[in-house]
Ligand binder design. Structure first.
Ligand code: NAD
Length: 409
């Protein structure tokens, strides 16, 4: 099943509950604009390589388009379109005044030198600068991009349009970035995990957790949750994982990874495969790496009672049905990983006001936004007897549908 078909299945389940007409469904699903551009850049050896870049602007009925830029060899039009649509529902479910967009380039950034990566980024902005802007479309980092890439992107945009830090979020602190942006997605995953445990009458302290992916999201999720007293029994990255039945020392593991470049061999741990991690004997499973990792086959063997979707689209629709049938509570990506776009919103607000917030305020505001969104989703799921995913989609899609209808055609 393609990523577009999977997203469509989740959309239709919520649209059925909302009793949306066929014409409104088509209107909401159709992206407002899809752009595909040529990025031809000289390599360090003098040869020219041509990449393809995308920007899909899905919906702006609730505010400017908002969504990341992904650099990955598998980026294609379908993936970007699906992720743009997910951004629309995500910004709506946490009630940020934004629409949804996504962009990317089909490139492996690890195969480029720093100078080549900078040229690719500047060329991409040359191609799309007229369709982005502080009140129009605000890109941010995603897989394969980071604060440095955002710094080049905003600098290139400003060559055409003058000082405009609010055109891009996820910038370095020295260039109008926000305190707390780097940790935001993982911290948000942690806040949602804590709320889920509380809603189920459990405490996060003492909960046994397995986490797939130890990059930006996984690392900050693990640090936040272990700070709350959770026991992180297993973590993994692309090379495999490590396990300790009493809980891993996350601060020591981060230092180990920095020194050795791999999780493997961490003192006091045993090795674990990624498949073994997904079916490990834990209370909470947090996929925080790739999409599509929870297949129906794996879902049948998941032992956790709670799955928190830190990654985008980690659960295939058939696997979602298996998990539901087995009584596993699944917190959907559009809510679980919305901490990043929430602090991106705070960065944009600070840039527009030309005023800085400190980390304490950022963390307080993030907590307030996510806890309110969680309570709304949980309450709707209980009252309508639907899954948390369908409830989250119902809130997001419902808000976008109402804004669209109120504005008129
Ligand atoms: P990242 O590149 O910093 O880290 C990804 C991690 O996943 C790394 O540890 C990598 O080794 C691991 N990984 C890659 N392939 C794997 C595989 N086959 N099996 C197991 N592990 C594998 O990326 P990130 O920013 O942490 O993003 C992780 C996920 O969270 C993605 O799905 C992303 O779309 C989603 N997300 C990220 C943000 C954000 O702000 N960074 C926001 C929302 C959603």
């Amino acid at each position: 099943m393609s990523s577009i078909e999977a997203a469509r299945r989740y959309f239709e389940a919520a649209a059925d509950q909302l009793e949306l007409s066929a014409s409104v469904r088509t209107l909401l699903l159709t992206p407002q604009r899809e752009v595909k551009v040529q990025i031809a850049v000289p390599r360090d050896n003098g040869e020219v390589t041509t990449f393809v870049g995308y920007r899909v602007q899905h919906d702006r009925s609730r505010g400017p388009f908002k969504g990341g830029l992904r650099y990955h060899p598998e980026v294609d039009g379908d993936e970007v379109t699906t992720l743009a649509q997910l951004m629309t529902w995500k910004t709506a479910v946490v009630d940020l005044p934004y629409g949804g967009a996504k962009g990317g380039i089909g490139v492996d950034p690890k195969q480029l030198s720093t100078a080549e990566l900078e040229r690719v980024t500047r060329c991409f902005i040359d191609q799309i600068h007229e369709m982005i802007g502080p009140n129009l479309d605000i890109p941010a980092p995603d897989m394969g991009t980071n604060a440095q890439v955002m710094a080049w992107a905003v600098n290139q945009y400003e060559k055409y349009h003058g000082f405009s830090p609010a055109v891009i979020t996820g910038k370095p602190l020295e260039l109008h970035g926000s305190a707390g942006r780097e940790e935001a997605t993982g911290r948000g995953v942690g806040i949602i995990t804590r709320s889920t445990c509380a809603a189920l009458g459990k405490t996060v302290a003492g909960s046994r957790i397995a986490l797939q992916g130890f990059g930006n999201v996984g690392l900050h999720t693990a640090s936040f949750l272990s700070g709350l007293g959770a026991r992180i029994l297993a973590v993994s990255d692309v090379t495999g994982g490590v396990w300790n039945a009493d809980g891993l020392d996350i601060a020591a593991l981060v230092s180990w990874l920095k020194q050795n470049g791999t999780l493997a061999g961490f003192p006091g741990s045993s090795p674990l495969t990624n498949a073994g991690l997904l079916t490990a004997d834990v209370d909470v499973l947090i996929p925080a790496a790739l999409g599509g990792v929870l297949t129906p086959e794996i879902a049948r063997h998941v032992r956790a009672k709670i799955v928190i979707e830190a990654a985008n689209a980690p659960t295939l629709p058939e696997a979602d049905e298996v998990l539901q049938h087995r009584g596993v509570v699944v917190l959907p990506d559009i809510l679980a990983n919305a901490g990043g776009v929430t602090v991106s919103y705070f960065e944009w607000v600070q840039n527009l006001q030309q005023f800085r917030w400190d980390l304490v305020r950022i963390r307080e505001e993030l907590e307030r936004v996510l806890v309110r969104a969680f309570d709304n989703v949980w309450g709707l799921a209980q009252s309508k007897h639907v899954s948390l995913r369908t409830a989250a989609y119902m809130i997001g899609i419902g808000r976008v549908a109402r804004a669209t209808q109120l504005a008129g055609f």
